[in-house]
Each structure stands twice: as C-alpha cells, then as structure tokens.
Design a protein around this ligand. Structure first.
Ligand SMILES: Cc1cc2nc3c(=O)[nH]c(=O)nc-3n(C[C@H](O)[C@H](O)[C@H](O)COP(=O)(O)O)c2cc1C
Length: 214
C-alpha cells in the first residue's frame, strides 16, 4: 500500500544545494521510485522512506508543462538518449532546476526493466531561456490542453530545425561557450592589470634607483 503524500504549496524560492553534486534515482518502468541517493534526499527534502515506493511525480512542479513529460516518456520508453530540463518541487515548496540524463536496465530480451536518472544543476542563463518556453507551453496547455502545447512545441522546434534534446544540448553548449569566453576576457583583463602593476613597479624602482644614483 502506498500512502498519498500531500503536495506542498509552491514558493517562489530556490533550494540552495551543492550544485557540484548529482541527484540519482532509479525507478521501475512506471516511474515508481525504487532508489534515491543521498543528494536526492537532501535536495528534495523528503526522507528516503518517503520517496521509495512513490511515483516520481512526487517532485513534479505545477510550473512544468505536461508536454515535456510526454516527450520524455516517448524517448525513454524507446530507450533513446534523452536529456530534459525540469523544474522540481521540494517538500518545503521551494523549487530546483535540473538537467537529466537517463540510463536503462534491460533484461535478456533487451526489454527495459528499470530507469536510472542522473541530474545536475542547470546554469542560470539556460534556466532563463527554458523557463520562457515552458511558461508559454503552460499557458497554451491551460487553454488548449496538451494537444495545443504539443502543436506549439512541434512548430517551435521545426522552426529551429531541432529536436527537444538537440535544443537542450544547444542551450547547454552555447552557455558553456559563453562562460568560457567570459572567463577568457576576465583572464585577459587580469593579465592587463598585472602587466600594468609590473610596469609601474619596475619603472618606479628603475627610475627611483636612477634618481638615487645621480
Ligand atoms: C527515472 C525517472 C525520473 C523522473 N524524474 C522526474 C523528476 O525529476 N521530476 C518530475 O517532475 N518527473 C520526473 N519523472 C516523470 C514522472 O514519472 C511523471 O511522468 C511526471 O512527473 C509527470 O507527472 P504527472 O503525469 O502525474 O503530471 C521521472 C520519470 C522517470 C522514469
């Protein structure tokens, strides 16, 4: 028997967590949680015994459009490589954004028997872009249902010439490149500043010494 867990009231506040860590969960083919690692317990705010045996929608956030989960299930049921970005709801009502990677356990007939999801934190620049898209999808869904949001998402992706996974990949790769460029600029700035320090230090000493000399 599974006991219904009461859904918390969502707060407009992010969970503070060690974003170097990986959240791991393992489910059966229906998405019932069979294993939760320590980080999942910490970040979700639920205890292990509250997570195990529950459907994975225990952390579903109402801001998430249903169409994203439809795309997710279509991909994972087919055993494809899938990366999704999801806003999750912790027990406290605070949210946390994650990017997911899936692995599959298969039987001797190559039939999927378990799903393993690994999740990492998402850079803020990527969240901002995804959040915009998800807000539109949710609005459409509220009025036109999942058929409406599916049509919109299909059209949006066709326009970009990408699949959902390719879009997510592009957002992550572009953001990583932007970060690398920023770091390079900062390094150049620092180099310019330390060259200036070196110049002034050297010539101050050099000319002062010369002055003393004469
Ligand atoms: C391995 C695995 C991990 C999942 N992780 C999440 C998750 O982190 N957040 C989430 O909302 N749904 C997750 N889901 C999807 C849920 O099972 C569910 O489809 C989703 O929350 C939508 O729930 P609903 O159809 O009751 O609205 C996961 C499913 C699987 C199989």
């Amino acid at each position: 028997m599974t006991t219904e867990i009461k859904k918390p009231q969502p707060l407009n506040e992010a969970v503070i967590w060690d974003t170097e860590k990986t959240i791991v969960s393992k489910t059966d083919v229906f998405g019932t949680i069979e294993y939760a690692n320590e980080t999942f317990v910490e970040v979700s705010g639920y205890q292990e015994f509250e997570l195990v045996g529950q459907p994975h929608n225990i952390v579903r956030h109402p801001d998430m459009p249903q169409i994203v989960f439809k795309v997710m299930w279509e991909n994972i049921k087919a055993g494809r490589k899938f990366h999704g970005i999801v806003k999750n709801l912790s027990k406290s009502g605070k949210f946390y954004w994650v990017i997911t990677d899936f692995d599959y356990v298969v039987d001797e007939n190559a039939i999927i028997t378990k799903y393993i999801a690994r999740r990492k934190a998402v850079p803020q620049g990527v969240i901002d872009k995804v959040e915009n898209l998800y807000k539109k999808l949710l609005q459409i869904e509220e009025v036109r249902g999942i058929e409406g949001s599916e049509k919109f998402l299909t059209g949006y992706l066709e326009e970009l010439g990408l699949t959902y996974v390719q879009l997510i990949t592009k957002l992550m790769v572009d953001d990583a490149q932007e970060q690398a460029e920023k770091e390079e600029e900062e390094l150049q700035q620092q180099t310019a500043e330390s060259m200036e320090e070196m110049r002034s230090g050297f010539f101050n000493r050099f000319f002062n010494n010369k002055l003393n000399f004469f």
